[in-house]
Design a protein around this ligand. Sequence first.
Ligand code: AMP
Length: 435
Amino acid sequence: MTFKELYVIDPILKALEAKEYSEPTPIQLESIPVLLQGKDILGSAQTGTGKTAAFAIPILQNLHFEKVNDPSNRNIKALVLAPTRELALQIHDNFKEYGRNIRLRTTVIYGGVPQSKQVRILQNGVDILVATPGRLLDLIQQRKLTLAHVTYLVLDEADRMLDMGFVKDVRKIVAMVKKERQTMFFSATMPQAIVTLSNEMLHKPVRIMVTPEEEMIDKIKQSIYYVGKKKKIDLLVDLLKKKDLKSVLVFSRTKHGANKIVKLLDQLDIASAAIHGNKSQSARQKALNSFKQKKTRVLVATDIAARGIDVDELSHVINYDLPEVPETYIHRIGRTGRAGLGGVAISFCSHDEIDLLKDIQKHIQMQITVKTDSVYAIEPSALPIESKSKSNQRNSNQSNKSKNNKSYSRKRARNKKVTPKNYSKYDNKNRSRNR
Ligand code: AMP
């Protein structure tokens, strides 16, 4: 099936050709026809699946026809809400690229930078607005923009909005958009709180589920090193001696930890940069661009700052610290498996993280290969008795599992919901750390 067969119009087809998109991804195949018919969708999908084009193409196409009929209309007609500035910028870039041959104005607004330039662009008239919730509400309250004419509403990475404590803001914003609209709601995970929010926002949605996790997990080579907490940096440096680690995204649990890693790598002349919530927007963008252009080999990020990072040919993800929520593990390693490409994900596990590893393995329903090919790695036999016995037990369980069994279990794992209790625990932790 081609984009043409999905009735995508010529100017957009040309833009997609320029991006070398030869055929639609599964989520695009499912979403584009539904959205061109004007229906709402509820999509379970994460970044890396081609989700942005899945909603951007129909919005551009529909607005193109509306604009042809009413060229004088310069109000905001489509609003895309995204949790982070990085993701908002990325979505905006995609809209510009896919819409390069049609005359629609797109802009992006986010906090952490002066508002004057954003306001000027808005005042000149914008068709499509990509925004983070905080800055959007701020400008609405200052009467710098109105959502009264919005008829296309996208909520992207809704679960992340929840994690970041944006749900109240989102509800306020949605209440300002008229009811006669088309709503597109995307979330990588569907905990109960997200289901409730989607029920409030959507009208008879078509449910679209892409299941990249299983395919993605199969394509990514995953391994784990047991390592002493204080030896993690040595292990990282040891691994970075390998030439095939060309472009490495390192996940640190805290901002402070990320800075420390960069400082130590710097002392060893390993080009690296950190991105996290304490860095200014321009510093984050500079670090990201330098990483994308392969000038910086290592980018150290916290989860929230890394959300939405789309780097072509990212060879390795390293979990310097294991995530507290197992689903985050999938989001993280998914940075390397973009649009069906394989990748390598290496995780470090210190003694105090063994339970987190256990949760991750349970969630992905597979055992991650343990590696010991570094002097800094701890042999599993040297682990504390309790975790050793659990780990052995898991290994033997695993070896008994057939491949079919494994994918069945993974399907179950995908359907398994994170309980609101888990979420609020995560939410609070995130907020208190202000990542
Ligand atoms: P997204 O999930 O929207 O962040 O997209 C992930 C990556 O897939 C981005 O680098 C897109 O440029 C790329 N992509 C999206 N759709 C296609 C397609 N149909 N063919 C090839 N690459 C695509």
